[in-house]
Design a protein around this ligand. Structure first.
Ligand SMILES: [Cu+2]
Length: 198
């Protein structure tokens, strides 16, 4: 590990580091700007690592993690589009132009199938796509193939960007939700019900 390791805010990573030389190191976020309709966050310290005692012999760290279950190889049974939008004032947030209603089933999927979803961000700030119950594999962001991601449960969709994911509905039939993981967005409507049928 060098003196500091920087991770973009909003990202979710498993962190594997070699202990630094004796002394104190900080794990920091990058300063982060969520877009012209969004917010700016300064650099912040997430964790302080203190290293002391007998030095250990370093081993090579992996540089990429293959998906546990590579959905790129699976047949796609259904396709969906999820579009994030907001009003001009940035006070109301929508998925497919609707605000959340827990009595409505917005999406339906079938258990034990793989689907490919296109996630569109039609706004000028980052939205953080998150779906409960099943993890997903990111296939591309703005047309750039993503090949070294494992399964994840949250990913940022860039302003005016498009992302493609694949998701397998494993063992839970029933209702669940997907939403933007920016809390004031999900609280102001950016959430939808997904019903998984047997
Ligand atoms: Cu959002």
């Amino acid at each position: 590990m060098s003196d500091s390791l920087v991770i973009p805010a909003g990202a979710r990573y498993d962190v594997l580091v070699q202990g630094p030389k004796a002394g104190v190191s900080e794990l920091q976020t990058l300063p982060y700007n969520t877009g012209k309709a969004g917010n700016r966050f300064p650099r912040a310290t997430l964790a302080t690592v203190r290293s002391d005692g007998e030095p250990m012999r370093p081993v090579a760290l992996p540089t990429a993690f293959a998906p546990v279950d590579d959905l790129a190889k699976e047949p796609v049974v259904s396709r969906k589009t999820v579009t994030f939008t907001e009003n001009k004032a940035g006070t109301l947030f929508y998925i497919n132009h609707k605000q959340f209603d827990h009595n409505r089933n917005d999406f339906r999927s079938r258990l034990n199938t793989v689907e490919e979803w296109t996630i569109k961000n039609d706004s000028d700030e980052v939205h953080s796509f998150h779906v409960h119950t099943n993890d997903f594999q990111v296939m591309s962001i703005n047309g750039r193939p993503q090949t070294d991601y494992g399964l994840q449960d949250t990913v940022d969709v860039p302003p005016r960007g498009t992302m493609v994911i694949r998701i397998r509905f494993r063992d839970y039939p029933g209702k669940t939700v997907l939403h933007c993981h920016v809390l004031n967005h999900e609280d102001a409507g950016m959430r939808a019900v997904l019903k998984i049928d047997r």
